[in-house]
Ligand binder design. Structure first.
Ligand SMILES: [Zn+2]
Length: 437
């Protein structure tokens, strides 16, 4: 039977159009929530603790098993996997233009002792998910892509610091939670602590670095927001604050003749809280520890040593907070004749702002996917803060239920993980498309 001409034309058109109608358009591609959750579950078997989380400290047997699992997943997704001399696991997918710098993304799978199943893990599983989506949809990027699982994040950002070339002998000799020194640990996972130079990455080698991570705070959860666009990782400064009083008999010294270091300390703690609360912005300041001498119920404290910590995205702001606290401290010291001294402790880490262009790309990706988002700082440290010093860096947060983290009770839903991975996927493709040029 002869078909009418318009039917034949329609058939030919359908055949021509069909292939592109079947393959998902890049804009329609979404991360697979079930696949991600199943992988998070599988990963949580390595170092599982009785409370339902993991104790997978870097360099432990559990870490080794987790690393093997991640390496397998990377290979399954079509990545060629290598380990650098610092033990960072790096899976590479070659791009179409080999002279272009790589786009790198990932996180870590080591945990704190008594940790949960999401901190770091979500970022690594999501990074592999991005590769899987590209593979499933036969999408070739211009830039080569590198998925990274950093070594020993929780023990001091060891893997990313090695990429900066900043792991010296002092660090290698630090005893990690595994009981091994960091140097021995690196050797145990297959790295080479004697040639860490080879792990160093040079500026220009990495087009961009993106880390997806759970928020570890309650802002997204409380405000029911899907995606956090991280503005940067806050800087941290610490001081030992010594308040000098006069130790004297608590029974025979009248109230108006006391130089009570503890009373001044109490006022100081309140002042720290007031200054950080009343200044506009999101700075935080904390007194986390206090010791009174001689420390007896019947002696007026002669000395109190307390800790002061200040965090913010701006170094200037941190200094302003400190200056104002110091001013209040002077008033307290004068009122009670208890001089106050400040000794800064050398743990300071400088604020690490993320790349403004990448922030906009992440926000636009979330928006296109119909997800709500919020610009926010990261109060916790991440490998991204190191990478920000050698490459334009972006960070994506997904909600932590009730803000719980570093705990077996840590939880992020499969849907939230997949949302984050979909945003990561789009962000990588946008950067690959040349928006940073
Ligand atoms: Zn982490």
């Amino acid at each position: 039977m002869k078909q009418p001409r318009f039917v034949r034309v329609a058939l030919v058109l359908a055949i021509l159009v069909l292939p592109s109608a079947v393959a998902a358009q890049p804009s329609e591609i979404r991360a697979n929530a079930d696949r991600m959750e199943q992988r998070i579950k599988a990963l949580s078997a390595f170092g599982a603790n009785p409370e339902g989380g993991v104790s997978r400290v870097a360099f432990s047997e559990a870490d080794l098993a987790g690393r093997a699992y991640i390496t397998d997943l990377m290979r399954e997704a079509g990545l060629s996997v290598r380990m650098d001399t610092a033990g960072n696991i790096i899976g590479r997918r070659a791009g179409g233009e080999t002279d272009l710098p790589v786009i790198m993304f990932g996180s870590h799978i080591d945990s704190v002792p008594g940790g949960g199943n999401y901190d770091g893990d979500v970022g690594v599983i999501a990074a592999i998910e991005v590769i899987q989506l590209l593979q499933d949809n036969a999408i070739r990027t211009r830039h080569s892509l590198e998925v990274v699982s950093f070594t020993d994040e929780e023990g001091g950002l060891t893997g990313s610091r090695a990429m900066l070339g900043e792991i010296g002998d002092a660090t290698l000799n630090v005893v990690s939670h595994s009981g091994m020194t960091i140097g021995d640990g690196i050797r145990a996972v297959g790295g080479d602590p004697n040639s860490l130079d080879l792990a160093k990455r040079r500026p220009g080698e990495i087009k961009a670095f993106i880390e997806l991570h759970i928020e570890q705070g309650a802002i997204l959860h409380d405000e029911k927001i899907d995606i956090g666009v991280v503005e940067g990782i806050v800087g941290i400064r610490w001081w030992d604050v010594t308040i000098e009083g006069f130790a004297n008999h608590a029974g025979t010294t009248p109230m108006n003749r006391r130089q009570d270091a503890m009373v001044s300390a109490a006022k100081f703690v309140l002042a720290v809280n007031r200054v950080a609360t009343n200044m506009s912005g999101r700075q935080v300041a904390t007194v986390g520890r206090m010791r009174a001498e001689p420390g007896a119920p019947n002696v007026i404290p002669g000395e109190v040593v307390l800790s002061l910590e200040i965090r913010d995205l701006s170094a200037d702001k941190m200094q302003r907070v400190f200056d104002q606290i110091k001013e209040e401290g002077e008033r307290i010291a004068a009122a009670h004749s208890t001089p106050i001294r400040y000794a800064e402790i050398d743990v300071a880490s400088a604020p690490a702002p993320t790349d403004e262009r990448i922030r906009r790309i992440i926000a636009a990706a979330a928006d296109d996917l119909g997800l709500s988002f919020k610009f926010m700082p990261s109060g916790a440290g991440h490998d991204a803060q190191d990478m920000a010093r050698i490459a334009p860096t972006g960070m994506i947060f997904v909600p932590s239920v009730n803000g719980v983290s570093h705990s077996p009770k840590e939880f992020t839903s499969a849907e939230d993980m997949a949302n984050g991975a979909s945003v990561l996927y789009r962000t990588v493709l946008e950067i690959d498309g040349g928006v940073l040029e």
